[in-house]
Ligand binder design. Structure first.
Ligand SMILES: [Zn+2]
Length: 249
């Protein structure tokens, strides 16, 4: 623990971690949560090297003066990984959900890039609960889709530090924060026409052209067979079936 007599540069490790650029998605895990060994069950398997030193570093109980720079570097790497793993467990507790909800309300995780979602705040989500498999993604509760974080620092964070259940758990516990679903759909248009309308127009044009060609052929055949025959003075659209009937005569 830092005491009042420490220099002003001495800082709590967690404060330092949270203030480091790129760590904005993380919330502060309560110290008593970390100190309860029951909550850390199994994590020594995940952080095999320097587990106890990493835990001491996170809780400011490590005497760093006796360490070489190299050892300190290794322990710090292990501490960051361990904090992430503890974080994944903490954010789905009542206390953790409340802390993350505050960050969500402030828009700390960014906002949905989809125009029709109207700057809906996002929540971090993992695509796997196994560490070192997938980086963190951002979940939009309005369009129910996931997005890559904009900044490369955020995009490289392990998704397992948030987990696959976290955002869904948050809305289970705090349903009033669930936004209304977005049913608005963007409609592709070319010069103001919806694309499927244009396709329909093209089909109509093809049909009309075919009918016109059949009609011309019919008139041509007629004039060859009977030059005096001028029964059909009025131009009329002829369907394929009626032109076949005429040809059969
Ligand atoms: Zn969205």
């Amino acid at each position: 623990m830092s005491s009042g007599t420490d220099s002003e540069y001495a800082k709590y490790w967690i404060d330092w971690f949270l203030e480091t650029k790129g760590n904005e998605y993380f919330c502060e895990v309560d110290e008593d949560y970390i100190l309860d060994r029951f909550n850390l069950t199994g994590l020594s398997q995940e952080v095999q090297q320097y587990y106890s030193e990493a835990l001491d570093m996170i809780t400011d109980n490590l005497d760093e003066d006796t360490l070489s720079d190299k050892a300190r570097e290794h322990i710090e790497k292990a501490a960051r990984h361990l904090y992430g793993l503890i974080h994944a467990r903490f954010v789905i507790t009542t206390r953790g959900l409340t802390k993350m909800l505050d960050k969500y309300k402030k828009g700390d995780f960014g906002r949905c890039p989809r125009v029709l979602c109207n700057v809906q705040p996002l929540l971090p989500v993992g695509l796997s609960d196994v560490p070192l498999t997938k980086t963190v993604k951002l979940y939009c509760p309005r369009c129910e889709d996931i997005y890559n974080p904009k900044s490369s620092r955020h995009a490289s964070i392990d998704g397992a530090y948030f987990g696959t259940s976290f955002p869904h758990m948050l809305f289970q516990v705090h349903p009033s924060y669930m936004p209304t679903k977005s049913f608005d759909r963007y409609e592709p248009r070319i010069f103001g026409f919806k694309i499927h309308d244009i396709a329909e127009q093209h089909r109509w044009q093809d049909r009309a052209r075919e009918e016109f060609q059949n009609k011309l052929k019919e008139e041509d055949d007629k004039s060859k067979g009977n030059s005096a025959g001028r029964q059909q003075q009025q131009p009329r659209l002829v369907t394929t079936t009626s032109s076949q009937k005429v040809e059969g005569k």
